[in-house]
Design a binder for this molecule. Sequence first.
Ligand code: AP5
Ligand code: MG
Length: 210
Amino acid sequence: MNLILLGAPGAGKGTQAEVICKALNIPTISTGNMLRAAVKAGTEYGLKAKAAMDAGALVSDDIVIGILKDRIAEPDAQNGFILDGFPRTVPQAEALDAMGVTIDKVVEINVPDETIKQRLSGRRVCLDCGATYHVDFKPSKVEGICDVCGKELVIRKDDQPETVISRLKTYHEQTAPLKHYYSAQGKLVTVEGQESVEETSKLTLAAING
Ligand code: AP5
Ligand code: MG
């Protein structure tokens, strides 16, 4: 099963990817997590990506398509994968089609912008393993420490309120057109994001299995 999770920044793509990954035993491929790891490691493409990420803009299609192509060629991705944060532009979706990848379903998680602003102000992430928490809605067992790997939790640099506004604008202008792209292919299913992570997971898994 090859899945795409579509949704605005903070809609809950990463959170639901963790659940689907366990339920279906397929890896999550998050271009955001891969780019953050590259920035942290100071690699060549990390250095190129950093300015766009800090500004809440998109990294160039060339860079992201290259990263994605290499990642889906790895052995663990051969029985299926969950794409979190890719594609994000119509040219990225076209590149995926051109790679000969068959996408089974595109699950859109729909959450109003105002809810997103609240959620991102309380998000904490583990930069080591990518796990995501929220101070009120999904707290870690020990404050400030990742349940999965025991590393320190941090606030993402692009979660400052003004950067969140830029990211939402980027989403509506450049990524939302993908809803039309995939509904025309008969692959789009929309899940209304709920107030709890668990309720959203139930709807997301039902949408995938339905
Ligand atoms: P990326 O890392 O993909 O960020 P994003 O799309 O902005 O999405 P987020 O990770 O912020 O949100 P999410 O939907 O995963 O929500 P989460 O589950 O954390 O990309 C970052 C940057 O990298 C981009 O801006 C761009 O520069 C670059 N980039 C990445 N991919 C690219 C591409 N393909 N092309 C070009 N550039 C690219 O949830 C948010 C919070 O809410 C958490 O605290 C969570 O605990 C909480 N929460 C989740 N669900 C619920 C719920 N139902 N109820 C209550 N709280 C909830
Ligand atoms: Mg995410």
